[in-house]
Design a protein around this ligand. Structure first.
Ligand SMILES: [Zn+2]
Length: 290
């Protein structure tokens, strides 16, 4: 049991299908590079694509509908829906405490190829956050890649960690952290890796407080995590480390190509957030232990 069976979301804010409207022009070159990179990484490509038409919102798709905690324990769409509510409830309070205003992101369960404010996206990109349309896109089949190709233990909290990481990028977008950084550089101390490790740290901060998040009626959304569940989230963080991904794909480990950070760093920053809260997540500080 992970979700409180009595928790309930009357009208899910998670939608099925792509987000931003059609007719968004995308450069083919960018697309190709994005696709190849995503093949390599298996995880998000936050903000790499230039914004083509910020703020376009067309077909909103169907929402997941109503869900109970009991359904969320067995149904992935409901699990994503209650995960949304938990993250939204946490950051609604936590982000203002960091000095920034909070706005809920959009979240879409998408598959195949679809349009976003960042251009055309595909399932091959894995879950990602698109800053211009403030939307999180998740193809839940990624969780099978995580446990299959990448060898993670998986489980509900591992899945929630993935969403919480993308939510972390939304927090960075709202707090201005994404402004003025070099997103094209790679390597263990690059701005891109600092951004990714901070998103892991924010995910950890949520995890520490997730058990007290509530639905609209004030019912607790989640049961207390077991040590095994926490370990599964840590395991997921390690699994999407650049060194693990590089070696699992049969290549050599090349830190200069890292975009998300090593398995060890990703675990470490998740834990930093978990133990010390979001104010301890300054991966951009000089002397930050990356
Ligand atoms: Zn990321």
């Amino acid at each position: 049991m992970t979700f409180n069976k009595d928790a309930r979301v009357e009208r899910s804010r998670v939608r099925r299908g792509g987000g931003a409207g059609t007719g968004v022009a995308v450069g083919g070159g960018t697309l190709l590079v994005l696709f190849l990179l995503s093949q390599l990484l298996g995880v998000d490509l936050t903000g790499l694509a230039p914004a083509t038409d910020p703020g376009v919102q067309g077909d909103d798709g169907d929402t997941v509908g109503s869900c109970t905690g009991e359904q969320a324990n067995t149904d992935i769409d409901c699990r994503m829906s209650l995960t949304y509510e938990s993250l939204d409830d946490y950051w609604y309070t936590a982000l203002p405490q960091l000095g920034a205003g909070y706005v809920s992101p959009e979240m879409y369960l998408a598959s195949g190829t679809w349009q976003t404010g960042c251009g055309t996206a595909s399932s091959a990109m894995g879950p990602f956050y698109c800053p211009p349309d403030q939307s999180i896109y998740v193809d839940t089949s990624f969780f099978e890649v995580l446990t299959g190709q990448l060898g993670a233990e998986g489980g509900p909290l591992a899945e929630m960690y993935v969403v919480a990481h993308e939510w972390g990028h939304h927090i960075q977008n709202l707090s201005g952290t994404m402004d003025g950084i070099n997103r094209t550089d790679t390597g263990p101390t690059s701005d891109g890796v600092r951004l990714e490790l901070q998103a892991d740290c924010f995910a950890g901060a949520w995890a520490q407080n997730a058990q007290s998040t509530e639905d609209a009626d004030g019912t607790t959304l989640l049961e207390p995590f077991t040590q095994d569940q926490l370990a599964s989230a840590m395991d997921a963080a390690a699994t999407v480390g650049d060194d693990h991904i590089q070696s699992s794909q049969g290549g050599s480990v090349n830190p200069e190509q890292w975009t998300h950070g090593s398995s060890e760093s990703r675990q470490q920053w998740f834990l930093t957030g978990y133990e010390n809260g979001p104010s301890a997540c300054d991966t951009f500080a000089s002397g930050a232990d990356l």
